[in-house]
Write a new protein. Structure first.
Length: 412
């Protein structure tokens, strides 16, 4: 009985914290209405959260229709009462942040590494940088609820093992075990694009969406799916591999996954740059060739800059890439029927040249014009989406508990 009481209390507290995440200021009465808990239970638990320094009561609830009676005090989270660490492992670069409870970045660092270098070397450096960041921030470790790690490729979220990351040459890497051993903090690991989706669901464009997809393209192409309040991972945590949808079954380019004609071979950063360089070669005095000759460190910026300057062949090439994206999104809409799709990576970077064609194709190919009812937007987090999503994973698992389905031991 005692254990059940503790579990019920923990769940009730998490219900309150979950509501406070989405409502900056709310009265105790409204907390009771939204959580389904009694006013007495709300009063007791809010008092406990006040004692622990997790929430505060201040201000007066602003309700225009309330004319009589005692004004209600509002309850709100104290954002810097606890912290989370997010780690985004990209292709050749990792980012680390410390955030508060509302995913505001307190401290951050990033570092490049050689692609296909030993995973153990990379994780050891990540551990070193995490410990350095905590020390430099002045935050005591006991206020850090946990670490979320977003990794490329297929991840077993239950074990924290990166099963297969073709673009990093990693297989069966025990990320959770190594990071936990090096930091002493709770660690949870998931696919990095899936966590970009979680960032949008908890703190961005998708806060009010019941069904959302996040589609990311850069070195690889992937999607994260958020359905009815939780991430959808699929039976073997492989949901969202939209980049390996077969677009050209016969005669397509060989993909890193082993198949041919995957979406990733057509629209990734590598595919776009290959097409752009071919155009520059064919017209050595053209806008695209001149941009590349400028030796900018960011070749994708050269491509979009050439498009901005009116290079017709580049504009045509980007429209062709966008068409493949649009077909893939139309298929996704036909299967998932989301009310929101958020785009990131080069899809956001080249929004001006890609999004109009994507929307046009979605309109043409989605069943019964389902696509017309879907909002398609670009992420507002930019290059921080993945690392904020990793922090969001730690927050959702070890603080808010947004039904992630992972058994954790954490009490308040």
């Amino acid at each position: 009985m005692g254990s059940n009481q503790v579990t019920a209390k923990s769940q009730n507290i998490r219900s309150i914290l979950n509501v406070l995440l989405y409502h900056q200021q709310i009265s105790r009465v409204e907390l009771a209405e939204l959580t389904g808990l009694t006013t007495a239970t709300i009063s007791n638990l809010v008092n406990e959260l006040l004692t622990q320094g997790l929430v505060r009561e201040n201000g007066i609830e602003q309700v225009a229709s309330r004319r009589v009676g005692r004004p209600r005090m509002t309850v709100e989270l104290i954002p810097d009462a606890r912290f989370a660490i997010g780690v985004h492992v990209g292709i050749g670069e990792f980012q680390i942040v410390i955030t508060d409870l509302l995913a505001k970045i307190i401290s951050s660092t990033k570092q490049k590494f050689e692609v296909c270098v030993s995973a153990e070397i990379v994780i050891q450096e990540i551990v070193t940088q995490i410990n350095n960041l905590i020390s430099q921030s002045g935050i005591t470790k006991n206020l850090v609820v946990g670490i979320g790690v977003g990794a490329s490729g297929l991840v077993n979220v239950e074990t924290g093992v990166n099963i297969n990351a073709p673009n990093l040459c990693w297989q069966n890497v025990p990320i959770r075990e190594w990071v936990h051993q090096g930091t002493g903090l709770p660690v949870i690991v998931d696919n990095n694009v899936r966590l970009m989706c979680l960032a949008e669901a908890m703190f961005g464009e998708g806060k009010t969406a019941n069904v959302m997809a996040f589609v990311y393209a850069r070195v690889g192409v992937g999607a994260g799916l958020f359905v009815n309040g939780k991430l959808f991972r699929g039976m073997a945590a492989g949901a969202g591999e939209i980049g390996h949808s077969i677009m050209i079954p016969d005669g397509g380019e060989k993909c890193s996954c082993g198949n041919t004609g995957c979406l990733e071979t057509l629209v990734s950063k590598k595919a776009i740059l290959r097409s752009a360089k071919q155009l520059a070669k064919e017209n050595p005095t053209g806008i695209m060739a001149v941009k590349f000759a400028g030796q900018s460190a960011n070749e994708m910026e050269c491509v979009f800059s050439a498009a901005e300057d009116g290079d017709e062949e580049v504009l045509k090439m980007l429209a062709d890439k966008a068409r493949y994206f649009g077909i893939a999104l139309a298929n996704l809409i036909n299967i998932l029927n989301p009310n929101l799709i958020v785009l990131g990576g080069i899809l956001g970077q080249g929004e001006k040249f890609l999004l109009p064609e994507i929307k046009k194709v979605v309109h043409e190919y989605s069943f019964s014009h389902l696509g017309d009812q879907v909002k398609i937007r670009v992420s507002g987090f930019g290059q921080k989406t993945g690392v904020i999503g990793a922090s969001a994973l730690a927050l959702s698992t070890y603080f808010y508990d947004l039904s992630e389905g992972i058994e954790q031991e954490k009490s308040f």
